[in-house]
Design a protein around this ligand. Structure first.
Ligand SMILES: C[S@@+](CC[C@H](N)C(=O)[O-])C[C@H]1O[C@@H](n2cnc3c(N)ncnc32)[C@H](O)[C@@H]1O
Length: 262
């Protein structure tokens, strides 16, 4: 076994990320980046370093699960969800269940919670959002629901006033009525077991870009299985269904990457 393969086995064991499910080139680039930062020149050196430095496991996990996210990421997608998707679901029922899979630090889950709160002025709605991620560190931050002003750049003043309170140190905390809609929990999408079933909407955005083709297909099948009949699947703008599984869904808006379970 070469040094990179040996390092991968150790990563799977001590970092808890199944590297073989990701594109090899992606893992290699992330590892090389950590090697540069930590001053290790070879995979063998970095392997020893990873085993001896307690903090490096977390640092590598962060590097491998890039947690970039934002409120209302791709605003046109969320306009469509607010104006068409959620009202369509509400024609048939008042109880809406959403799974935000790969929620990172929570901005996407709070975005759905804001949409649901806003709709409650005109519709009867009882919404639960299951928000999951493989990275426990980001989930801690998501549960806190405290963001600095920069993170709120996509929100207007009315949205900030309605959904956040200013903290003493000048940050913004999601109001309790927003937090109460969301259940954050740890979940690995590669286990192929959904976090919930009979869902009305699954939002799994900008997660599969690091997955290999088989993992992507398995994930789409798993999401299909987690949705109730006619449930919605919201993907990232650069993601695609894949030929093997595209027949499982009908397009709702293929440009905004919203599909309906067949
Ligand atoms: C780029 S962020 C996307 C966040 C959000 N969905 C968005 O679109 O803004 C990708 C997230 O997917 C999570 N992730 C990566 N692999 C995962 C897996 N196997 N299971 C669950 N979450 C995973 C990462 O930890 C990270 O928080």
């Amino acid at each position: 076994m070469d040094d990179f393969a040996a390092l991968n086995r150790t990563i799977e064991r001590v970092v808890g990320i199944k590297t073989s499910n990701y594109k090899e080139d992606y893992i290699r680039r992330r590892v090389l980046s950590r090697m540069r930062i930590s001053g290790n020149e070879s995979f063998a050196d970095y392997h020893k370093y990873l085993l001896s430095e307690a903090d490096e496991k977390d640092l590598l996990r962060n590097a491998l699960t890039i947690n970039v996210t934002e409120f209302l990421r791709d605003p046109e997608v969320f306009s469509l969800v607010r104006q068409q998707v959620l009202p369509e679901i509400l024609k048939k029922k008042t109880r809406i269940r959403i799974w935000c899979a790969g929620c990172a630090t929570g901005e996407e889950a709070y975005t759905y919670a804001m949409l649901a709160r806003d709709l409650s002025f005109t519709h009867e709605i009882d919404c639960t959002i299951y928000a999951t991620d493989i990275d426990r560190k980001v989930l801690e931050k998501a549960r806190e629901g405290v963001y600095d002003a920069r993170a709120l750049k996509n929100l207007n003043e009315r949205q900030i006033q309605r959904h956040f309170t200013r903290t003493e140190d000048g940050k913004y905390e999601a109001k309790p009525e927003l937090k109460s809609l969301i259940r954050f929990s740890h979940h690995d999408l590669m286990t192929n077991i959904p976090a919930a079933r009979f869902l009305d909407l699954v939002s799994c955005r900008n997660v599969t870009i690091y997955f290999n083709e088989k993992q992507k297909t398995d994930l789409v099948r798993m999401i299909h299985g987690s949705l109730g009949m006619g449930g919605y699947y919201v993907m990232g703008k650069t993601e695609y269904l894949g030929r093997e599984v595209e027949d499982l869904f009908a397009p709702f808006d293929p440009i905004q990457k919203i599909f309906i379970k067949k």
